[in-house]
Design a binder for this molecule. Structure first.
Ligand SMILES: CC(=O)SCCNC(=O)CCNC(=O)[C@H](O)C(C)(C)COP(=O)(O)OP(=O)(O)OC[C@H]1O[C@@H](n2cnc3c(N)ncnc32)[C@H](O)[C@@H]1OP(=O)(O)O
Length: 482
């Protein structure tokens, strides 16, 4: 039975889509410079409000650390804009007269943006910028637990668009997060593409809607500290990453793999830098809180501090503990430490050789996180190349923190908060999603060959056949005269 509130939500979505479509059609007539100016205004306004929005998101969701969310908002606004500001996304992209090919950018239309509760405000900023830059409108479906901060971000964006002379209604958001409204948004004919970031169920619903969708898959990246690694630096990178916003970024490390030969040194360094190794009994106790009964990640641990997690599990850990680590030997759905934990909790595995670490990483990723990200700390180029050849990931990060490297903050990947996971991860792309994923290319192609060329025959054009006809006639007249 459809309730009145659901009907109202469906109607709201239809109205928002109609308004965004109209505004997008106007935006599509703007030159590149004007669209760049609008994006600049959006990025500036979001950046100016980064602290307020970070605090709101933290307060509303209870996830993460507001100071780190300020960094995420800076990333979603300023850093994304810096990367895309010179990109050509409107009108003629290229012209190759020799090849006879001209490329024209064609906006997709209206994007449906699904926003997760883990990175709500920063993801709205980022998705708006990459959509508008490519000449599109966007209508957001907010995660219900982050509705207020998402709506406030969109208010700020809309004020900036108006100031920059952009069309009203281009960017909007459902004011109530209902499943019926979100389903309507995903399957409506005015929705050109879905940008789905969030839980697996939501991403699956996007792929099943019948509308083209670009979705993420779950992360579960192991970090392999190979024997040639700079151990203090590797440990610093892992802890910086896993504690950033209390582990809410899906590219963050979920386990550490070391070789026997460096195990003692890595454990000593981890302890030195603030990791707390759980005893077997402590690990068993915490294990029960990692997953929900339905086998999905427990929101009670997501984005929480070590102390909050310890309290939840009834553990006493030092105040100085930055992450909780459990030694693990198993991989599988019934081994929660081997799974994705968007929290400062890590599994710790030991293998005899790097080849065994290679096999273990693949086992972990094929269980969960295939197509997403993994991290290697090593100075051995051959080992790094071997890892690159065989791992089922779209991003193999080298000597950098996983969370910040995967999104392109500490690497030169496209700065993005939606990370494609490729075919192996059920995604349509392995890219860090950017404006280039949000326009089509119309190719204008000039004729360069004739059918006879393909058949390997001499080309007979109209001109030569007329010439041949005259020649034949002349030959015949001359024959008669003789
Ligand atoms: C680059 C990056 O880092 S992107 C990171 C993206 N990854 C993630 O967000 C991780 C995956 N997310 C999750 O596993 C979960 O969202 C958690 C664990 C973080 C939070 O769990 P919860 O608070 O229970 O939220 P959950 O996402 O399961 O959704 C709660 C309810 O809201 C619904 N909901 C979620 N999004 C929407 C939406 N856009 N519109 C309508 N309803 C929605 C869900 O369907 C669910 O409904 P149900 O309770 O009837 O099943």
């Amino acid at each position: 039975m459809i309730l009145d509130k659901d009907l109202a939500s469906i109607q709201e979505v239809r109205d928002l889509l109609a308004a965004s479509k109209k505004a997008q059609q106007q935006l599509a007539t703007f030159p590149q410079e004007k669209i760049n100016d609008i994006c600049h205004a959006i990025a500036n306004a979001c950046y100016e409000n980064r602290e307020k929005l970070a605090k709101m998101a933290h307060e509303e969701t209870g996830f993460g650390i507001w100071q780190d969310k300020v960094v995420k908002n800076t990333f979603g606004s300023k850093i994304v804009f810096e990367k895309i500001k010179h990109m050509k996304t409107i009108g003629i992209l290229s012209e190759n007269t020799e090849e006879g090919i001209m490329e024209v950018a064609v906006p997709l239309g209206v994007v449906a943006g699904l926003i997760p509760s883990t990175n709500p405000t920063s993801t709205v900023m980022y998705k708006t910028l990459i959509s508008v830059k490519a000449g599109n409108g966007i209508v957001f479906s907010p995660h219900p637990n982050a509705l207020k901060s998402i709506l406030e971000t969109i208010n700020i964006i809309n004020a900036a668009i108006a100031t920059a002379g952009g069309p009203a209604g281009l960017v909007s958001c459902m004011t109530k997060a209902t499943m019926q409204g979100t389903a309507e948004l995903m399957k409506h004919t005015d929705t050109a593409v879905i940008l789905a970031t969030g839980g697996s169920a939501m991403v699956k619903a996007a792929y099943s809607s019948g509308t083209p969708a670009i979705g993420v898959g779950p992360g579960n990246g192991p970090a392999f500290i190979e024997r040639t690694a700079n151990i203090p630096q590797a440990v610093k990178h892992i802890l910086d990453s896993k504690t950033f916003d209390n582990g809410t970024i899906c590219a963050s490390e979920q386990s550490i793999i070391v070789e026997e030969v460096s195990k003692a040194a890595v454990i000593a360094e981890l302890k030195k830098q603030g990791a707390h190794f759980l005893s077997v009994a402590e690990a068993k106790q915490l294990e029960k809180f990692i997953m929900r009964a339905n086998g999905t990640m427990n929101p009670l641990i997501v984005g929480k501090s070590v102390q909050r997690i310890a309290d939840l599990a009834g553990l006493t850990v030092p105040q100085s503990a930055r992450v909780l680590i459990a030694e693990e030997t198993n991989v599988g759905p019934k081994a929660p430490y081997s799974r994705e934990k968007l929290a400062p909790i890590l599994a710790f595995y030991t293998t005899a050789t790097w080849e065994a670490a290679c096999a273990l990483s693949m086992e972990i990723l094929h269980q969960e996180g295939a197509g997403h990200t993994m991290i290697i700390h090593s100075e051995d180029k051959n080992v790094i190349r071997e890892f690159a050849l065989h791992k089922p990931v779209s991003r193999l990060l080298v000597n950098t923190p996983g969370a910040l490297g995967g999104i392109g903050a500490t690497t030169n990947l496209m700065p993005a908060l939606t990370l494609g996971c490729g075919a192996v991860g059920g995604s349509s792309t392995s890219d860090n999603i950017g404006p280039a994923n949000l326009f089509n290319i119309r190719r204008v192609a000039y004729g360069k060959r004739e059918l006879e060329d393909l058949r390997g025959e001499p080309v007979s054009t109209e001109a030569t056949s007329q010439e041949q006809l005259i020649n034949t006639l002349i030959e015949k007249v001359l024959e008669r005269l003789h």
